[in-house]
Design a binder for this molecule. Structure first.
Ligand code: PLP
Length: 478
């Protein structure tokens, strides 16, 4: 790595990206390429001779960008956003520049200690109970994804249960709104799909997990000789951003000595604002809690923060002690070796991103960022509520609005409404100017509008609203 060449080439890439961001609204938000667009056109072997950066960047512009869905576009309203920031980008440069592999304290003391500092800052910001803090028996770690946090907490919960009772009949509970990455995680840790209970939810209860329904499912399993061991609750479900009532559900889990994990992947960021913190009420009853700053806190992929209440219990199922890594610091037990808090051995210095974002925005800037999106979502929701052609399917909790074409009274055929709503989504997306996605809840097809792009302004919400009305008019007229 030649420092002079690095300086020149890094400037080229920064200029390239600055141009990309200046022009981002000119691109079709959701890529329109056909399968095979690259695999069939790229050479089938790498170049033998080195190529200059200029020609590589030209390839990116001509061949790669057409196949990119522009998640950073201000007209990206799909899934949940993954927003970034200049600060995050600069932090990525720093952490990639240092390229440390901080699996143990000794392998990069700053990576470990900065993580502890940042996780304690965030703990305060989210007003998480002291029991999740390093100053007590808990602590926090940064993972790459929620899936990873699910897997690690499932392993810990299983280990804990197996220490109490030897059984193969362990059962996991969640709701039918829980993200499918829990299902994937249970498959990875070897829990039979027959032993995962996705308790049905209803629109009449805003798709929250009902404590009585959970209790009944657990009691049925216990009667059948099965052992409940893990409950996953969600604050801000993916389809409609529903919030499970944590306190009362944790009480149910406690009765059966189960591990309770709270997944706030999307909505956790909002809980740094005092007006949203109540969604975490009852969190003191949970064993672990995670959220992804890479969704809504100006920190790009990958960054999932996980706290556990009992770090010694958590690491039991994940810890290893190879001769190769033995050192005085680890043996002193005075340091955290994060290799025992995750799946992989090696770790990126991801904390650099969160630390720099928190420093450069400050708590006030971060709260302002969230509030700006919530305000725009509220505005979009108000527009829909005032218009009889549309129905807001569930009350908005954060900055995601779920709506459909309004049924025409009792006699309206739900399937027709679903078909029309789906056609509305397809025709709005067909313009290439915006991108929205859908969910199906209790057989209702809903269009989800997730507002959270870093570059979004009210004019983009107005553009979406104009488009929704225009396309709905055309569909309803036909
Ligand atoms: N949980 C919720 C509520 C989500 O919305 C998502 C993704 O959107 C996930 C989990 C999966 O997160 P990850 O991709 O970090 O595993």
């Amino acid at each position: 790595l030649d420092p002079d060449q690095f300086r020149t080439q890094a400037h080229l890439v920064v200029d390239f990206l600055a141009d990309y961001y200046s022009n981002i609204e000119k691109y079709t938000v959701c890529s329109q390429v056909e399968p095979g667009f690259l695999t069939e056109t790229m050479p089938d072997s790498p170049p033998f001779q080195p190529q200059p950066l200029e020609s590589i960047l030209q390839d990116v512009q001509e061949h790669i960008i057409p196949g990119i869905t522009h998640w950073q576009s201000p007209a990206f309203f799909a899934y949940f956003q993954s927003n970034g920031s200049t600060t995050n980008f600069l932090a990525e440069m720093l952490l990639t520049g240092f390229n440390t592999v901080g699996f143990s304290w000794l392998a990069s003391p700053a990576a470990t200690e900065l993580k502890i500092v940042v996780m304690e800052w965030l703990l305060k910001l989210l007003q998480l109970p002291k029991s999740f803090s390093f100053s007590s028996d808990g602590g926090g770690v940064i993972h790459g994804s929620t899936c990873e946090s699910f897997i690690c907490t499932l392993v810990a919960a299983r280990q804990k249960k197996l220490n109490e009772i030897e059984t193969q009949n362990l059962v996991v509970y969640c709701s039918d709104q829980t993200h499918f990455s829990l299902q994937k995680s249970t498959q990875i840790v070897g829990i039979s799909p027959d032993n995962v209970r996705a308790i049905p939810t209803t629109k009449s209860m805003n798709f929250q997990l009902c404590p009585d329904a959970l209790l009944m499912a657990i009691e049925d399993d216990v009667r059948a000789g099965l052992v409940p061991f893990y409950l996953c609750l969600t604050v801000g479900t993916t389809p409609t951003t529903a919030v499970d009532p944590i306190g009362v559900l944790c009480e149910v889990a406690k009765k059966f000595n189960m591990w309770c994990h709270v997944d706030a992947t999307y909505a956790g960021s909002a809980c740094i604002c005092p007006e949203f913190r109540h969604f975490l009420d009852g969190i003191e009853g949970a064993n672990s809690f995670s959220f992804n700053p890479h969704k809504w806190l100006l920190t790009s992929l990958d960054c999932c923060c996980l706290w556990v209440k009992d770090r010694s219990e958590f690491t039991k199922g994940l810890a290893t002690d190879p001769e190769l890594l033995k050192n005085k610091a680890s043996e002193s037990k005075q340091v955290v070796d994060y290799k025992d808090w995750q799946i992989a051995l090696s770790r990126r210095f991801r904390t650099m991103k969160l630390w720099m974002v928190m420093k450069s925005y400050g708590v006030s800037g971060l709260r302002e960022f969230i509030r700006r999106h919530v305000k725009m979502a509220k505005y979009f929701e108000t527009l829909l509520l005032r218009d009889k052609r549309f129905e807001v399917v569930v009350p908005r909790n954060f900055a995601t609005v779920c709506f459909r074409i309004a049924p025409l009274g009792e006699s309206s055929d739900e399937e027709d409404v679903n078909r029309l709503t789906k056609r509305l989504l397809e025709s709005v997306n067909g313009t290439g100017k915006v991108y929205v996605t859908h969910a199906v809840v209790e057989n209702i097809y809903v269009i989800r509008v997730a507002i959270g792009a870093t570059l979004i302004e009210e004019k983009h919400v107005n553009m979406l609203w104009d488009m929704v009305q225009k396309h709905a008019n055309a569909l309803l007229a036909s």
